[in-house]
Write a protein that binds this ligand. Structure first.
Ligand code: DQA
Length: 150
Protein backbone atom coordinates (compact mmCIF):
# COMPACT_ATOMS: atom_id res chain seq x y z
CA UNK A 1 0.00 0.00 0.00
CA UNK A 2 1.26 3.44 -0.96
CA UNK A 3 -0.01 6.59 0.80
CA UNK A 4 0.80 10.25 0.37
CA UNK A 5 1.22 12.55 3.40
CA UNK A 6 0.58 16.20 2.60
CA UNK A 7 1.33 19.10 4.93
CA UNK A 8 0.27 22.62 4.08
CA UNK A 9 1.26 26.17 4.98
CA UNK A 10 3.48 26.88 7.99
CA UNK A 11 3.80 23.22 8.90
CA UNK A 12 7.44 23.37 7.75
CA UNK A 13 7.87 25.60 10.84
CA UNK A 14 6.63 22.91 13.23
CA UNK A 15 8.99 22.65 16.20
CA UNK A 16 9.92 26.33 15.95
CA UNK A 17 6.43 27.76 15.65
CA UNK A 18 4.24 28.17 18.78
CA UNK A 19 5.65 25.01 20.45
CA UNK A 20 3.01 25.17 23.19
CA UNK A 21 0.37 24.60 20.47
CA UNK A 22 2.20 22.45 17.91
CA UNK A 23 4.92 20.72 19.97
CA UNK A 24 8.71 20.97 19.82
CA UNK A 25 9.45 18.26 17.25
CA UNK A 26 10.14 19.30 13.68
CA UNK A 27 8.11 18.10 10.71
CA UNK A 28 11.12 15.99 9.66
CA UNK A 29 11.13 14.34 13.13
CA UNK A 30 7.41 13.61 12.84
CA UNK A 31 7.72 12.34 9.26
CA UNK A 32 10.68 10.07 10.08
CA UNK A 33 8.79 8.46 12.98
CA UNK A 34 5.74 8.08 10.77
CA UNK A 35 7.79 6.49 7.99
CA UNK A 36 9.21 3.94 10.47
CA UNK A 37 5.74 3.16 11.83
CA UNK A 38 4.30 2.68 8.32
CA UNK A 39 7.23 0.55 7.17
CA UNK A 40 6.46 -1.84 10.04
CA UNK A 41 2.97 -2.23 8.58
CA UNK A 42 4.23 -2.73 5.02
CA UNK A 43 3.00 0.72 3.98
CA UNK A 44 5.09 3.07 1.85
CA UNK A 45 4.72 6.80 2.53
CA UNK A 46 5.48 9.71 0.24
CA UNK A 47 5.83 13.11 1.96
CA UNK A 48 4.94 16.48 0.48
CA UNK A 49 4.86 19.93 2.08
CA UNK A 50 4.18 23.32 0.55
CA UNK A 51 3.09 26.75 1.65
CA UNK A 52 1.41 27.39 -1.72
CA UNK A 53 -2.21 26.54 -2.44
CA UNK A 54 -1.57 25.70 -6.12
CA UNK A 55 1.30 23.33 -5.29
CA UNK A 56 -0.91 21.60 -2.73
CA UNK A 57 -3.69 21.21 -5.28
CA UNK A 58 -1.23 19.61 -7.73
CA UNK A 59 -0.01 17.29 -4.96
CA UNK A 60 -3.62 16.31 -4.22
CA UNK A 61 -4.29 15.58 -7.92
CA UNK A 62 -1.20 13.36 -7.95
CA UNK A 63 -2.82 11.12 -5.34
CA UNK A 64 -5.00 9.93 -8.23
CA UNK A 65 -2.63 10.52 -11.14
CA UNK A 66 0.35 8.74 -9.52
CA UNK A 67 -1.73 5.85 -8.18
CA UNK A 68 -1.63 6.37 -4.41
CA UNK A 69 -4.13 4.36 -2.34
CA UNK A 70 -5.05 7.33 -0.16
CA UNK A 71 -3.77 10.42 1.57
CA UNK A 72 -3.22 11.95 5.00
CA UNK A 73 -3.58 15.73 4.82
CA UNK A 74 -2.90 18.53 7.25
CA UNK A 75 -3.92 21.51 5.14
CA UNK A 76 -3.04 24.07 7.83
CA UNK A 77 -5.08 27.25 7.57
CA UNK A 78 -6.26 26.33 4.04
CA UNK A 79 -8.47 23.82 5.84
CA UNK A 80 -10.72 26.63 6.92
CA UNK A 81 -11.38 28.36 3.59
CA UNK A 82 -9.86 26.70 0.50
CA UNK A 83 -12.75 25.52 -1.66
CA UNK A 84 -10.16 24.86 -4.38
CA UNK A 85 -8.42 22.32 -2.16
CA UNK A 86 -11.74 20.75 -1.25
CA UNK A 87 -12.63 20.38 -4.95
CA UNK A 88 -9.20 18.87 -5.65
CA UNK A 89 -9.70 16.22 -2.95
CA UNK A 90 -13.17 15.41 -4.31
CA UNK A 91 -11.74 15.16 -7.85
CA UNK A 92 -9.40 12.32 -6.86
CA UNK A 93 -12.14 10.01 -5.59
CA UNK A 94 -9.50 8.62 -3.17
CA UNK A 95 -9.81 8.30 0.62
CA UNK A 96 -8.32 11.27 2.51
CA UNK A 97 -7.98 11.63 6.27
CA UNK A 98 -7.73 15.16 7.65
CA UNK A 99 -5.24 15.66 10.50
CA UNK A 100 -4.52 18.61 12.79
CA UNK A 101 -1.85 18.66 15.47
CA UNK A 102 -3.97 20.97 17.63
CA UNK A 103 -7.62 20.66 18.58
CA UNK A 104 -9.06 23.12 16.07
CA UNK A 105 -12.47 22.87 17.78
CA UNK A 106 -11.10 24.21 21.06
CA UNK A 107 -9.39 27.20 19.45
CA UNK A 108 -10.51 30.40 17.68
CA UNK A 109 -13.92 30.34 16.01
CA UNK A 110 -12.48 30.54 12.47
CA UNK A 111 -10.68 27.22 13.05
CA UNK A 112 -13.90 25.38 13.91
CA UNK A 113 -14.89 25.17 10.24
CA UNK A 114 -13.21 22.71 7.90
CA UNK A 115 -14.28 23.02 4.27
CA UNK A 116 -12.35 19.82 3.44
CA UNK A 117 -13.96 17.62 6.14
CA UNK A 118 -17.01 16.73 3.98
CA UNK A 119 -14.76 15.23 1.29
CA UNK A 120 -12.51 13.32 3.73
CA UNK A 121 -13.39 9.95 5.26
CA UNK A 122 -12.59 11.34 8.70
CA UNK A 123 -10.88 14.02 10.77
CA UNK A 124 -8.35 13.67 13.62
CA UNK A 125 -7.55 16.78 15.64
CA UNK A 126 -5.78 17.57 18.88
CA UNK A 127 -3.69 14.42 19.27
CA UNK A 128 -0.40 15.91 18.05
CA UNK A 129 1.86 13.71 15.93
CA UNK A 130 -0.12 10.60 16.96
CA UNK A 131 -2.87 11.90 14.69
CA UNK A 132 -0.78 11.16 11.59
CA UNK A 133 -0.16 7.59 12.75
CA UNK A 134 -3.85 7.04 13.47
CA UNK A 135 -4.70 8.42 10.04
CA UNK A 136 -2.34 5.91 8.37
CA UNK A 137 -3.97 3.11 10.38
CA UNK A 138 -7.43 4.34 9.35
CA UNK A 139 -6.48 4.35 5.67
CA UNK A 140 -5.02 0.83 5.95
CA UNK A 141 -8.23 -0.41 7.61
CA UNK A 142 -10.33 1.38 5.00
CA UNK A 143 -8.32 -0.22 2.20
CA UNK A 144 -8.57 -3.72 3.68
CA UNK A 145 -12.28 -3.73 4.40
CA UNK A 146 -13.77 -1.32 1.87
CA UNK A 147 -16.00 1.63 2.53
CA UNK A 148 -19.04 -0.32 3.74
CA UNK A 149 -17.33 -2.09 6.65
CA UNK A 150 -15.07 0.62 8.05
C1 DQA B 1 -3.28 23.16 12.09
C2 DQA B 1 -4.46 23.98 12.60
C3 DQA B 1 -4.76 25.14 11.68
O1 DQA B 1 -5.84 25.90 12.17
C4 DQA B 1 -3.55 26.03 11.56
O2 DQA B 1 -3.80 27.08 10.65
C5 DQA B 1 -2.31 25.30 11.22
C6 DQA B 1 -2.06 24.01 11.84
C7 DQA B 1 -2.89 22.04 13.09
O3 DQA B 1 -2.16 21.14 12.68
O4 DQA B 1 -3.26 22.09 14.26
O5 DQA B 1 -1.47 25.80 10.48
O6 DQA B 1 -3.68 22.53 10.88
Amino acid sequence: MKLRVINGPNLNMTGRREPSVYGSETLDDINNQLRDFAQGQGITLDFFQSNSEGALIDAVHDVLLKGFDGCVINAGAYTHYSFALRDAIAATGKPFVEVHLSNIHAREEFRHTSVIAPVCIGQIAGLGKLGYQLAVEALAAYDNKGPLEK
